[in-house]
Design a protein around this ligand. Sequence first.
Ligand code: KG4
Ligand code: ZN
Length: 336
Amino acid sequence: MKQTDKYILGIESSCDETSCSIVKNGTEEIATVIVSQIDVHKNFGGVVPEIASRHHVKNITMVIEECLEKAKMSLQDIDAIAVTEGPGLIGSLLVGMEAAKTLSWVSGKPLIPVHHIAGHIYANNLVERLTFPLICLVVSGGHTELVYMDRDYSFQKLGGTLDDAVGECYDKVARVLEIDYPGGPLLDKLAGEGHPTYELPTPLNDDSYSFSFSGLKSAVINLHHKLEQKGEEIRKEDLACSFQEVVGNMITKKTIHALKEYQVDHLIVAGGVAANKGLRKKLQEACEKEGKTVTFPEMKYCTDNAAMIASAGYYAYLRGDVADLKCNSKSTLTLK
Ligand code: KG4
Ligand code: ZN
């Protein structure tokens, strides 16, 4: 270990994943442990907040211990404790925050609160060191926005969704198509087996950086009901593919527009929907055509994990974003 190396221990518990990770100098993942509650919430068709927090309580100590063991490190080797401050489910966030505060208190290491979306953005820093300026397309269960960054840890929002987030829309459409939880990834898979034969409207098809998904969601629901009432066959894979096509085209068009207008050559993609195969392909092709480069997080780090929190936490630490033990979780929190 070099004296100048900094090891950040990150903790993430904002939704239904309990995770701990140790990252060196913001870029090098040493060890990560993720315990997912997908199987628990599957029975309910979605995340049940009260159940999620109870499972975080059950898992958090084990996850932290296992991560330190995997890294062959002790708390003494760690330079700072980073934790997701928000946004997210408040009961879930609190479990991670209390664990992080306790570790910070017993070890005397600084506590670094991290915005969950800053974490998602820095999942890309684990693939390749970010180069600036860049534009980040954030597509998750709670967010859909375009963010401009001219340096580390500086986030300028260019625009975002006016209603549902894209991941939320995926989950709702999946429910209508009677696709199991988690809807997003399974809908993506189904779309890969179909053709875009159904006509669906493209919402907010303009030059702004605003997105809208609720009208598209309603259009899929209405079409589904209409076909059902008429007793016509519903080709689920084609409907899924048609939906994915509209979403992918709309997001890609607005993202490329932002890259051009801000004269930025590098795009990064963040959040759970960054795992979407249709969207990846469209962004990749469009960027290639325009001479731009695009980076995606590793598939396993598109959805919630603590490696991204530890990476972002390193840059927050360099800025001196240290909190005291009065720091509290926040269910809503603006990225700035
Ligand atoms: O980033 P994430 O783990 O949680 C939030 O911070 O919101 O994202 C979860 C969201 C869910 O809505 C999930 O359905 C969606 O990401 N998702 C996908 C895919 N994988 C995850 N949506 C579409 N295609 C996927 N392959
Ligand atoms: Zn997330």
